[in-house]
Write a protein that binds this ligand. Structure first.
Ligand code: NG1
Ligand code: ZN
Length: 550
């Protein structure tokens, strides 16, 4: 009975991972995320949940990633990955929260029993879990809490070491598809690089190499992994210059660098002194986000964010599908309310693609994108990917071109299905996607940027007593509660040309986010801060009213 659950063993292990008093944990859009020193008991319990999930899913391998992405170095976090590399099924998020909040060892056992009985789990099934962590100093101690949880339930444990978040998603899918028709690749880090490198070379073959790309790796795990990937690709195809690649010195991770810093501050990261015509990109701390940027002739900073990547990828894929004569394959783009209004107009009016808007959070984007044959999804912050449906994959694999031009387009589509990480947004894979497209088009960043001009936009945080009183509808674009607030926001918005603004509670921070865009920078900033002030005054703002531009 090696695999069945021994509750005394669990209780004995749990004693070493007590839940702190007076803390309420919540499994949010990015799993659990907070100060690392509050996470020991949570991670132990996430291990337990991973094992239960594996037993529930017929012993499929479940992934667990320990990371806090773009958060400061002292934070950490954890999330579970389902067998095909997708986010944990939503109904199980509640179990994660319940387990994390069980106060005593007896409470913990009660919750485990509840989960087992509700889901009709066969306790005797073997379980398998693969885990990885990013480069945070708190990682090793949290890994040992995780392993204690996994061992308490006698799971098969696969240590994937220090990896990017998307590499963990990749390997989880590989383990679960090995030897099947849908085999996703070799379940190793090497296998990941090879798959991407081979696909990249196929797409750029015969095209002149572009100028070097500077990559700000946020002093995180993306640095060593990008270096490794670049070796597999070869300097003759892609020239990479890494900056902010010091992932061993404490205090540097995400500090004044990385995709979030660049996107939020709309400025160059620390240590980046690019000149006109240079090309640069930033990853975030766990390398699942990427944004591009350059400086103009007059030194102005120009950002190419997730929306721009969606436009570039969407346009390229649509051209290939047309050239290949595959009109039966529909292409769609999925965005959130944070997508710049100009990007939505460009996609709908110029590229003529259907665009859906969904609530914030990768799982919403991912599920919506699955509804298209080829679904492009990107958050403005640079997290995104392109999904190919089974129908699209089969067609692309089997179809034969009538002309050399058609065959060439089909070959490129085929390579794209390998190049693009099908499980989750991936900075390394997305970098190669963008580089492959720009190489094919022989475009500079400026040429890419010319597709449309972003409306000036601003994101402001408001600290309130209780952000949970904010309820939204219409993909988070309208407030339902507090009652009456949306009408006042509408009134403000109507006073600004091309004005748009919405308010929603963050899923990852204890703040309310206010987004605004308008025709000019000045108007946009005014609108943002007026709406932020309104929220502060009417909905329990604390700690100082945001008023930078008023
Ligand atoms: P919240 O904190 O819910 O706004 C942020 C990002 C999301 C997503 C998650 C997960 C913005 C405005 N929000 O969510 O897009 O990436 O973090 O990391 O960028
Ligand atoms: Zn991230």
């Amino acid at each position: 009975m090696q695999n069945s659950i021994n509750y005394d063993q669990i209780k004995a292990a749990a004693v070493y991972h007590p839940k702190p008093q007076n803390i309420k944990y919540t499994y949010g859009t990015a799993g659990f995320r907070m100060k690392a020193d509050l996470l020991d008991s949570v991670i132990f319990r996430v291990g337990i949940l991973g094992v239960l999930r594996s037993k529930k899913l017929d012993s499929k391998t479940i992934g667990i990633m320990i990371t806090a992405s773009h958060n400061p170095e002292q934070d950490n976090g954890v999330k579970l990955v389902d067998p095909y590399g997708e986010m944990l099924e939503q109904s199980w998020e509640d179990y994660a929260t319940l387990l994390a909040n069980a106060q005593t060892e007896d409470d913990l056992v009660d919750v485990i029993k509840q989960i087992i009985s509700k889901n009709d789990i066969d306790e005797s099934k073997p379980a398998s879990v693969v885990y990885a962590r990013d480069t945070r100093p708190s990682g090793p101690a949290l890994v040992s809490a995780l392993v204690d949880g996994l061992k308490a339930l006698n799971a098969k444990i696969i240590d994937f070491g220090i990896k990017t978040t998307p590499q963990l998603h990749y390997v989880t899918r590989c383990y679960n598809t090995q030897g099947t028709m849908d085999s996703y690749g070799e379940p190793t880090e090497e296998g990941y690089y090879k798959k991407l490198a081979i696909a990249f070379r196929k797409i750029v073959v015969g095209k002149p190499r572009l100028s070097p790309i500077y990559i700000d790796a946020a002093n995180g795990v993306g640095a060593p992994k990008m270096r490794e990937l670049a070796k597999h690709i070869g300097n003759d195809n892609l020239e990479v210059i890494l900056i902010n690649d010091d992932y061993t010195t404490q205090g540097k991770l995400n500090y004044q660098c990385g995709a979030d810093f660049v996107k939020t501050g709309q400025k160059l990261p620390f240590g980046c002194s690019i000149k006109y015509q240079d090309r640069a990109a930033s990853f975030d701390g766990d390398a699942d986000r990427i944004v591009y940027y350059y400086v103009d002739e007059d030194g102005t900073f120009r950002l190419l964010d997730g929306d721009k990547i969606a436009g570039l990828a969407g346009g390229f894929i649509i051209d290939l599908v047309k050239t290949a004569g595959l009109e039966g394959i529909n292409v769609g783009v999925v965005q959130t309310a944070y997508a710049n209004g100009s990007s939505t107009t460009y996609l709908e009016k110029v590229l003529n693609v259907p665009v859906s808007c969904v609530p914030t959070g990768v799982k919403h984007l991912h599920h919506e994108a699955e509804k298209y044959d080829v679904g492009v999804y990107f958050e403005a912050n640079g997290h995104g990917t392109v999904l190919f449906s089974q129908k699209a994959l089969k067609t692309i694999q089997s179809v034969k071109g009538q002309t050399a031009e058609q065959e060439n387009a089909i070959e490129k589509l085929r390579a794209l299905t390998d190049l693009i990480n099908q499980t989750v947004g991936d900075a390394l894979s997305d970098l190669l996607l963008v580089e492959a497209i720009l190489t094919n088009r022989q475009w500079t960043l400026k040429q890419w940027d010319q597709a449309y001009s972003d409306l000036p936009n601003r994101l402001v945080k408001v600290v309130v007593e209780n952000r949970h009183i904010f309820k939204t509808t219409d993909a988070e674009r309208k407030l339902v509660e507090p009652a009456g607030l949306q009408e006042q926001i509408n009134k403000l918005v109507s006073e600004y040309k091309d004005g748009r603004s919405f308010v929603r509670p963050s899923g990852t921070e204890d703040v309310v986010r206010v987004y605004a865009e308008a025709a000019t920078r000045e108007e946009c900033d005014k609108l943002a801060y007026k709406v932020a002030g309104l929220v502060y005054d009417q909905a329990g703002g604390t700690g100082g009213k945001p008023k930078e531009f008023l």
